[in-house]
Design a protein around this ligand. Structure first.
Ligand code: PAF
Length: 280
């Protein structure tokens, strides 16, 4: 595996590997089993695998956790190497965001929903960095996890709207044995908070059980999940939303399929998760 920072070197190495397909996994580091599942799938489907590590300041709000976001380059490099990554790209902030930087990519409608209500500039930051990374790597396939469900929908919209020649592959959420979705932010949970965190997925699963039993009305499905979250006073809920799985517009009744999206705070740590629902 080669670790490279310069854009020109990345381009040169990728050009030399152009005879086969290129897979790309963008990350912000603190690699966990979720990232490794993306890497494994990409490795299976592509001839050359590029992983980037860049903690993108543009997708963090002023009050958010950019400064305390977990960082451990040596550990991540070891994991990437062991997983068979060919090129590990750690871009410099000053080349991705040169002095005077003022160009961003915004996907208007879908970005304003849910996460967008609490993190207004977040998806513009995500879309801008992903466009820039794709522009350099020009992969055949881009691998992202279902855990960030809205991110997937926003990026899929952007890829279609900008005619970016890449296939988006969405991989299932990887969970701890108690159901907590793997996330770099889990590292910031105290032992007490870590014990509370699995309630989020338990709440989503309870809602799913209700749908499987025949419930179709959003308010009752949401109430079921909410009851679980309210059972612990240390949980503060940003949103629980039953939505159309593609547009993410809220729905009142599930006709066929839906996604239940959730975001909560436990202390200073913000966790998101989701579950796909389908009528019996
Ligand atoms: O999902 C993430 O880790 C980030 O949002 C991404 C896609 C690497 C962009 O910074």
């Amino acid at each position: 595996m080669r670790t490279v920072s310069s854009i020109n070197t990345v381009k040169r190495i990728i050009k030399e590997s152009r005879h086969g397909s290129i897979g790309f996994v963008p990350t912000m580091g603190a690699l966990h089993e979720g990232h490794l599942s993306l890497i494994k799938r990409a490795k299976k489907e592509c001839d050359f695998l590029v992983v980037s590590l860049f903690v993108n300041p543009l997708q963090f709000g002023p009050e958010e956790d950019l400064d305390v976001y977990p960082r451990n380059l040596a550990l991540d490099q070891g994991k990437a190497r062991a997983a068979g990554v060919n090129l590990f790209w750690t871009p410099f902030k000053k080349t991705l965001y040169p002095a005077g930087f003022q160009t961003t990519i915004a996907v208007s409608q879908i970005s304003r929903l849910w996460e967008g209500l609490f993190r207004p500039e977040h998806f513009t930051g995500v879309c801008t960095i992903v466009t820039k990374l794709l522009h350099v790597v020009q992969p055949n396939r881009l691998y992202l996890g279902q855990k960030d469900y809205q991110q997937i929908c926003v990026l899929q919209r952007m890829i279609q709207d900008l005619n970016i020649p890449v296939q988006l592959r969405v991989c299932p959420t990887v969970r701890e044995t108690d159901g907590l979705a793997m996330s770099s932010r889990n590292l910031r949970l105290s032992a007490k908070q870590r014990n509370i965190a699995p309630l989020l997925y338990r709440a989503l699963k309870a809602a799913k059980k209700r749908v499987t039993a025949g419930e179709q009305h959003a308010h009752r499905i949401i109430q079921t999940a909410e009851a679980h979250l309210k059972s612990n006073p240390d949980i503060r809920c940003d949103y629980l939303a039953l939505c159309d799985p593609k547009t993410l517009e809220p729905i009142k009744k599930i006709e066929h399929r839906a996604v239940l999206l959730a975001a909560i705070h436990i202390g200073k740590v913000r966790l998101i998760d989701n579950i796909l629902l389908k009528t019996p």
